[in-house]
Design a protein around this ligand. Structure first.
Ligand code: DGL
Length: 271
């Protein structure tokens, strides 16, 4: 973390609105930190793309944010965290934090019966990243995974609740209920938008794990260890970028974060 200043912002990115769940957790935990968010709305959804494309987009964004002078990068996207973390780390010289390990730790702390369900994009589920990380953390929990490709478009469309969304969630939940999972990892940062629906569908005995909180905690301790926490008593700045349709992004981001989202700039990069 050489040459970086504690006043520098933290960079956060996702394919679209999903990473705002992590952005919100970071901003609540560390109101003094400045944050720069990038939503890759030109390429959403990442979940149905090849690992090569996801890595290419992720590296472009990481470089763009690094050029803005960020002190740390939070990859607030499970798909990128699952398939592109090594490429991102090679591309930028700042610390990079993904969401999969923090989410896995939170699930291990929450599970009572050792039956962990994982929902995520097709790419994340196919990568096997969660079961691998859980095992690497010494877990012997049984896992059941399910890709839920319709969830991201529903969230990007603003359909965060309602009958159609609930019916889709109910169908996706069938194998997870059958596997009698006691804990469910929301392995995509878009899914916390659907928490009320997912809680209804899974029932009160299943704990829903949203990695946002745990990721924010991890970010805070990484900055603390490096002596890079923002000076106390200041209020952080917020900056937003989208690779396409920034006005649309702004409208939905305000629904999530409130009227503080006053401006979203467009920044596009090669396809
Ligand atoms: N929110 C992202 C994730 O956590 C990406 C979803 C997508 O674009 O398919 O996986």
């Amino acid at each position: 973390m050489r040459k970086t200043s504690a006043r520098a912002p933290i960079g956060v990115f996702d394919s679209g609105l999903g990473g705002l769940t992590v952005f919100r957790a970071l901003s609540r935990r560390m109101p003094g930190e400045s944050l720069v968010y990038f939503g890759d709305t030109a390429h959403v959804p990442y979940g149905s793309k090849s690992p090569q494309s996801v890595a290419r987009y992720s590296v472009e964004i990481a470089r763009f944010l690094a050029a803005k002078g960020i002190k740390l990068l939070v990859v607030a996207c499970n798909t990128s965290s699952a398939v592109a973390l090594p490429a991102i780390r090679r591309a930028v010289k700042i610390p990079v934090i993904g969401v999969i390990e923090p989410g896995s730790r939170a699930a291990l702390a929450a599970t009572r019966g050792g039956r962990i369900g994982i929902i995520g994009t097709e790419a994340t589920v196919r990568s096997g990243a969660y079961p691998q990380v859980l095992r690497a953390l010494g877990s012997r929990a049984k896992t059941a995974s399910r890709a839920c490709p319709l969830f991201v478009p529903l969230v990007e469309e603003g359909w965060w609740d309602g009958q159609v969304t609930e019916e889709i969630a109910r169908r996706y939940a069938v194998p997870l209920r059958r596997a009698r999972v006691d804990t469910l990892i929301l392995g995509c940062t878009h899914y916390p938008y659907l928490k009320p629906v997912l809680a209804r569908v899974m029932g009160p005995r299943v704990r829903l794990i949203d990695s946002a909180e745990e990721t924010a905690r991890r970010t805070q301790s990484a900055l603390k260890e490096a002596g890079l926490l923002a000076p106390a008593g200041r209020r952080g700045r917020r900056e937003f970028y989208a690779s396409d349709a920034p006005e649309r992004f702004k409208r939905l981001a305000r629904r999530m974060l409130g009227p503080g989202v006053t401006r979203v700039r467009r920044h596009s990069f090669g396809s």
